[in-house]
Design a protein around this ligand. Structure first.
Ligand SMILES: [Fe+2]
Ligand SMILES: [Fe+2]
Length: 268
């Protein structure tokens, strides 16, 4: 695959026995391309995780309908309310009359403020889990994010970790999996994306972030699903290694030009 010039929906790909990715890519001029992924869990109670870029509209719906009759959807899990995650929510809700929208209190509040119908919300209280056809989606807060309502999960059924915006990467061109990307290119992509999406990482407590990343490693997911990363089939270690290397050891290699400390120094 080569570089892209417009938002592009790619063919869905099977990830595990039950999980499928609905991948798309967004060109980012001067920086490459960013994956925008939604995910589908098939089975007795199908779950759609996020609803893609609004700009893709009918293409997104066609990709979804190529995998499942949306009328069978039981759950729509919204990681958070950013436009690249709820872009086609209205269209999907119309086609999925039996689906409930899974979010938390702040997520529901933001839906309400945006004028989105909240009558079909299934509210996840703190600590609550979602039982789905014999497996449990255990909600968790990913190590970094750009909206406080963000909820990822660990799927106990197939040991799949959904990290929402975490571990996203800006890459030179679309690829199917991280194994196709050179390690240094992946590192640069991860740090480029994190510096844009979570600039506060430069000022977090390093030990706390390090413990969070270690916890993810001990969770030892077989597959990492990120809204903004090609499939990471080799587990989470390569990703946590690069993030820890940038933000947890010594002086951060990522500079935030808007940090108050820099501004203050300029005027001192
Ligand atoms: Fe986001
Ligand atoms: Fe995002």
């Amino acid at each position: 695959m080569s570089a892209i010039e417009a938002p592009t929906m790619l063919a869905p790909r099977r990830v595990t026995d039950q999980w499928t990715v609905l991948p798309s890519w967004l060109p980012v001029p001067g920086l490459g391309a960013l994956p925008i992924n939604s995910f589908l869990l098939k089975g007795r109670e199908p779950v759609l995780v996020d609803t893609g870029l609004g700009a893709l509209g009918d293409q997104f719906v066609a990709a979804l309908e190529s995998e499942i009759d949306p009328g069978d959807l039981r759950w729509i899990w919204l990681s958070h309310m950013d436009a690249d995650h709820i872009g086609n929510l209205g269209q999907v809700l119309e086609r999925a009359p039996h689906a409930k929208v899974v979010t938390n209190f702040l997520g529901m509040g933001k839906m309400n403020l945006a004028g989105i119908d909240v009558s079909r919300v299934h509210l996840l209280d703190p600590g609550a889990r979602l039982e789905v056809a014999g497996r449990t989606l255990v909600p968790l807060r990913p190590p970094y994010y750009d909206a406080p309502e963000t909820i990822g999960f660990f799927d106990t059924g197939e040991r799949v970790f959904f990290a929402a915006d975490s571990f996203g990467a800006l890459l030179p061109e679309p690829v199917d999996g991280t194994e196709e990307v050179a390690d240094e290119t992946l590192r640069e992509g991860l740090l480029g994306w994190s510096s844009i999406d979570a600039p506060w990482l430069t000022s977090v407590d390093r030990d706390t972030l390090g413990r969070t990343l270690k916890s993810i490693e001990r969770l030892n997911p077989d597959i990492v699903l990120s809204g903004h990363l090609p499939l990471a089939r080799k587990g989470v270690g390569q990703l946590t290694h690069h993030v820890a290397g940038a933000y947890c050891r010594g002086a951060s290699s990522v500079v935030d030009p808007l940090a108050i400390e820099h501004i203050e120094a300029a005027f001192a």
